[in-house]
Design a binder for this molecule. Structure first.
Ligand code: CA
Length: 224
């Protein structure tokens, strides 16, 4: 895989670079945020590993700028900032995953692989998909029902996108939590149910054509 590592501490960058190179990856290291942004724009990477506390531009801002320019390269934050607020802010900035330092190298590698697999999930016609009255443009992140524009938050859109990518398949709450929120441990949270309900209220109002089905004891399915 072609990886971009944006990390300002030479020791940390050196260790990660060495480990990933030994695993057969090609690693480009950017020592600050501005350079990281330029490198990310200059060529295409499979995954970007991004520190948050960086000189010239912090990782959150870098991530936001890439997403703003529709650069959808999977991003994993690698940072010492590990509070729930930090993690939520990172995911809201458009990152796909979050790993708190100190971390085990094997875990970083597993997560990079998982991000790369996710990226390769087939999404048919990435511009527009039509389901009955519902029309979804992935490129514009826009959902319309008939003539009405439906405003989704970025998390609701990611949830809808994940359900659609796996349509007609039962998804457990854990799978949804992992893929939409990047959380791969059971926090005992009902955040998935809460967001599925938000999404239902916005896109699934027509009882004659319901998309999101609750599969009792298992999870949810987007049925078409
Ligand atoms: Ca740093």
């Amino acid at each position: 895989m072609k990886l971009l590592l944006v990390e300002d501490e030479p020791n940390v960058a050196g260790i990660i670079n060495k480990g990933l190179t030994e695993q057969g990856h090609s690693v480009t290291v950017a020592p600050d945020g501005q350079l990281g942004l330029e490198m990310a724009n200059a060529s295409s990477f499979d995954v970007i590993i991004l520190d948050i506390m960086l000189p010239t531009m912090n990782g959150m801002e870098l991530c936001r700028q890439l997403r703003h320019k529709k650069n959808l390269t999977p991003i994993i934050f690698l940072t010492a900032l590990g509070t729930t607020e930090n993690i939520v802010a990172g995911l809201n900035a458009g990152a796909d995953d979050y790993l708190v330092k100190p971390f085990k190298f094997a875990e970083l590698e597993a997560r990079i692989k998982s991000l790369n697999r996710r990226k390769q999930l087939p999404i048919e016609n990435d511009d527009q998909i039509q389901f009955g009255h519902l029309s979804i443009s992935f490129h514009k992140k826009l959902v319309t029902q008939g003539d009405e524009r439906i405003n989704l938050t970025s998390t609701e859109f990611r949830l809808l996108e994940y359900l659609l990518k796996n349509k007609n398949r039962v998804l457990s709450r854990m799978e949804i939590l992992e893929h939409v929120w990047g959380i791969d441990f059971n926090m005992g949270t009902n955040v998935v149910d809460v967001y599925v309900n938000y999404l239902r209220k916005k896109i699934d109002k027509d009882p004659s054509q319901k998309f999101i089905h609750t599969i009792v004891g298992m999870g949810y399915m987007f049925k078409v």
